[in-house]
Ligand binder design. Structure first.
Ligand SMILES: O=c1ccn([C@@H]2O[C@H](COP(=O)(O)O)[C@@H](O)[C@H]2O)c(=O)[nH]1
Length: 234
């Protein structure tokens, strides 16, 4: 598997392997990574990972584990044993859960990147209040990013709106993987904290997760080429 320098991660949010491989066959593993999330993995299982590895892609397994420390550490280890490039947990699972997961990878000498979801990009301040979070999204992301870094993980999932702040407090090397990426003309859909690809990179995102703006486009490869052009110009 060739490591790519591209920040792009294409979210393969499909209900079957045929649809996912059809898009993957049009993509170039030298120009992006792919993300396998809950829908595809629940329907297809590890075969989806194997199919992407056979095509030369590095895979982000986005299952957002959130459970007791022993259970999550085991799940993270299982993901890493399948050779994925990146896997994630929910930072809200807490310090001991994150430390146990990071420690498990270290003990086994596994190089899979481990990151934690701070606040879902579909949520804004009003929804956070509803679930009992007193502050705004920015302060909650900041709190969980600090905890994630102290727990020994490689980075976080956040929105690009928080990337600049996290670059300042957690440093350049701490990964800022940002979904909620929308070219100016794309529909926002269920996402609330969005940013354009070029603005996200300028703000300090290290990786951009792009799903429907490409996968649901009339011509996915044209949509992707436009995003790449915007990034090159930026
Ligand atoms: O906070 C988060 C964490 C994960 N995601 C995932 O990223 C993609 C985004 O897809 P779009 O179609 O570009 O909106 C999707 O797989 C989510 O599960 C997220 O959006 N926000």
């Amino acid at each position: 598997m060739a490591a790519t320098q591209s920040p792009l991660i294409i979210a393969l949010d499909y209900p079957d392997l045929a649809s996912a491989t059809a898009l993957a066959d049009a993509l170039d593993p030298a120009r992006c990574r792919v993300k396998i999330g809950k829908e595809l993995f629940t329907r297809v299982g590890p075969q989806a990972i194997e199919a992407m590895h056979r095509r030369g892609f590095e895979v982000f397994l986005d299952l957002k584990f959130h459970d007791i420390p022993n259970t999550v550490a085991g799940a993270v280890e299982a993901a890493a044993d399948q050779g994925v490039w990146m896997v994630n947990v929910h930072a809200a699972g807490g310090r001991r859960m994150m430390e146990a997961s990071a420690e498990r990878l270290r003990q086994r000498g596994l190089s899979t990147r481990l990151i934690a979801v701070t606040v879902l990009t579909s949520m804004a301040d009003d929804e956070l209040q509803e679930i009992g979070v007193a502050g705004d999204a920015m302060s909650q992301v900041e709190r969980l990013a600090r905890l994630t870094q102290q727990s020994g993980l490689d980075g976080v999932v956040c929105s690009a709106r928080e990337s600049e702040r996290l670059r300042a407090i957690c440093g350049e090397g701490f990964l800022k993987v940002t979904p909620g990426i929308r070219p100016a003309t794309a529909a926002t859909g269920d996402q609330r904290r969005v940013m354009t690809p070029e603005a996200a990179m300028a703000a300090g995102s290290t990786h951009l997760v792009i799903g429907r703006a490409v996968t649901q486009a009339a011509e996915p490869m044209v949509a992707l080429a436009e995003i790449e052009r915007a990034l090159d110009a930026g």
